[in-house]
Design a protein around this ligand. Sequence first.
Ligand SMILES: [Zn+2]
Length: 462
Amino acid sequence: MTAFWCELAWLRAGPVPSVRVEHADGRITAVSPGAAACPGDHVLSGLVLPGLADAHSHAFHRALRGRTHGDGGSFWTWRQAMYALAGALDPDDYLDLARATYAELVLAGVTAVGEFHYLHHGPDGTPYAEPNVMAEALRAAARDAGLRVTLLDTCYLTGAPGEPLEGVQRRFGDVDVEEWALRSAAVPADEHLRPAVAAHSVRALAPADLAVVAATARARGVVAHVHVSEQPAENAACLDAYGRTPVELLAEAGLLGASTTAVHAVHLTDRDVDLLGGSRTTVCLCPSTEQDLGDGLAPGARLVAAGSPLCVGSDQHVRADLLAEARSVELHERLAGGRRGVLAPAELVDAVTAAGHAALGDATGGRIAVGAPADLVAVRTDGPRTAGADPAQLVMVAGAAEVHTVVAAGTLVVQDGQHRLGDVGALLTAAVDRAWRATERRSSPPPARALPASGATTRRPS
Ligand SMILES: [Zn+2]
């Protein structure tokens, strides 16, 4: 197959009819609006968008979906369940879960995901014999599922300002920031994985360590991501420890800028908004997670007005529907401000395409244009939820269920709503069951002289 013919394709800022897209070696080589289909072309009906970017994912959180709403279901009961899960997964569990999670994302039209990866070491913090075996599981998952992962290798050193990691958190931490930098530098790039860096949060890194992460990103020429001000308690702890807001602390550490993405950015002062926008820091909103965890409403439109590009992420995967995430950014603005039309549909499409790929370190992605990755997502315009809608406004009504075909780097990964791996529901069921069985085993008393699942050969200082 050498070309796709699109009934309608999203070019620059809106739908254009009859567009022929040629590709070679995974990239688009020609885009011809108003062209007839040629014999042998693969015809894509409906509206064809560029591949979508999910800029913030914790793949293993998918196992928590629909299981954390009992017993009060607070942010903290959710985190308790997440820690139980995080404490139990071995590299094979992690691969299974990430593969199934990514396959669900591809069904929703995602062709690139930013994995905010902090599950580095064995359950007690002991490094694996292959120190990046968990990152390699993500590479394999991305390859199998048919998308690209930007590995946001996360530095996570303290449980709170000045406090050591405890319990399961020891899996997340490296001995110090230099050791994190050395380990994370050892993950090679390939067509499925783009290395990048992250600082977990101002809770998990001291100011001097934040500055090292910023310097590391600059030295390697990669993007940096960081969680910022998701919950009010995080701001209070930061003010208490440093007399500054989290955003102010990041600014002083040199971590803000056009190559940085601040994730959540919910509880901001006016000065925080100015610092983020003025530095052109991208902000990644994760509306379904922010709803689910009761985080609050981020000031998305104010951030855009101040100069920050917006992108979106599925984060804890309570919902794997990136068009719905993009739509929710506008719907949150409507609820917060009591008016409609704050962000235009084309701005929402940009957030989930070009801006998202740029935040993941790919300035060419998220466009149907020569030189861009040959990533195409065909969305039904004649389904029960989308029939009659203006294609230019489809992002306000369409979701994952309307995605019928996904092409990633020129390869068909989803056709007629079917992923090439087969039944993704069955994959998820098996992977989630396996993850919770591992969690139950770990919470039971271990047999005498049980070997750690990590297969570790060295022990780091605790
Ligand atoms: Zn996150």
